[in-house]
Design a protein around this ligand. Sequence first.
Ligand SMILES: [Zn+2]
Ligand SMILES: [Zn+2]
Length: 586
Amino acid sequence: MVIESGQTMTEDEQLQRMRHSVAHVMAGAVLSIFPDAKFGIGPAIENGFYYDFELPRSLNPDDLPLIEARMAEIIAANVPFVKQEVDKQEARRLFADQPYKLELIDEIPDEKVSFYRQGSFVDLCRGPHVGSTGEIGPFKLVGIAGAYWRGDEHRPMLQRIYGVAFETKEALVAHLKKLEAAASSDHRKLGRELDLFSIHEEAGPGLVHWHPKGAAIRRVIEDFWKDEHTKRGYDIVYTPHLAKLDLWKASGHWEFYRDYLYSPMEVEGQEYIVKPMNCLGHILIYKTKLRSYRELPLRYAELGTVYRYERSGVLHGLSRVRGFTQDDAHIFCRFDQLEDEVVGVLDLARFMVDTFGFTNYQMLLSTRPEKYAGTIQVWEEAIKTLSQALARLEFAYDIDPGEGVFYGPKIDIKFKDALGRGWQGPTIQVDFNLPQRFNVTYIGEDGQEHLVAMVHRTVLGSMERFLASLIEHYGGAFPVWLAPVQVVVIPVADRHLDYAYKLEAELKSEGVRIRVDARSERVNLKIRQAQLDKIPYMLVVGDKEVASSTVSVRLRSVEQLSSLSLESFKETISRVIVNRVKDLKL
Ligand SMILES: [Zn+2]
Ligand SMILES: [Zn+2]
């Protein structure tokens, strides 16, 4: 776990203790409202706490203020948290009407069981807690959700109440503001409002339809991605969406990832599946020739669409889907080239993440899990190579012990958006499994056949998840180079329409995404609409602009810039787009 800077472990522990104590208080409040409530668990979590309950009816948001009011009473009464220990038999008697607690008691290895009492409420608990309810800081209940008992979909669905709690009122208010901002920048909400994408029950959950505006952003990202990869020595390839099941059996995917694969379909007596990964196609391309050490490294890049089965309960907008396009690439190299290749990928990943405006990220190096392919020796060498690559670029990183995939160690980069939320970004994985299974080799300087070192990597993740993070990072107000519509021309009256269309044609020919708002509405209303659409530039044109061949520029913040000649606006916006400038000021 990463401790935020400036926060010592003890303060963190105190905060956890207080948050967990609020959970007990909430449970006591719920019991006083629902005497038949059954209790699950109620831990402290980041920023707050939750508690799971089985209740006679579904909770609704109106219940939260009532529960909060009861909690405030318990806190005002300043009752102590009293710890007691009993043997298991006594504990079973105490919690006889609490089936979930009984299940937990059965799993406690010790003979003694501890519980905490505050007022009339008793909870099975190891503690620790604050001394009394009066020590509890400012809190707020923020949401209700369904949660399976022990996360198991075959067990009962309980009702979970989430709350947040902080040491000071200021910290609580700041956090609530952040939650509000997060809700208003939710990519599902903005995706609908900005007409970027949709998901249809008729077509199936988790399958994304990109509307013209979302597709415009995607195309800019894809073009940029392809150009940058070509510059850095990658070859772009395309591979099919279907392949014979036998191929996926040979790779081990059928064995290891079967839960995520779609059922086979039969074609002319052969079974095929839709691809869950792009790796095998690239291996087949590599293996069409005998490769010499002189040819390596070979870097095959593909914006490859893959399909993986995810339970409908975990699907979430663009960030958890069933079909997605990975910005994928596979590097085939010699082991002595591996470090340089990893440095190359890390440098590219940093460049991409920076260009898209994410300045905050965390690197994780994941090491050998319990089940692994290859030998301990190759694992250790590869981990050394990865850490040397990180050191060469002076990247700070954390070790995630045992979290590598079975086929090799990996580096994950998680970037943070404007609201401090983490997103899974680039990943770089070394693979000891596939080269062996498919005998992916090259002829060395010694004339002998050697296995290649194979690297899987993405630098954005997937187009879908990356768009989700971009939308939320920018709250839908994309930088000019990414904005689906970059300029809207707003004629003051119908007599200015000709001039507006002339502007549109000229800027379009420069590659600017521009449209004219030709509706016969008031100028202010059109400006308001452009603002809602988060269009970076509005060109308001009336008599003065027509007469002098100028444009009057407004930003989506409605800040008015000075008038510019058409020529100088054209030149400036082209420069802003080409250089991927983040600031709108011309
Ligand atoms: Zn407790
Ligand atoms: Zn791969």
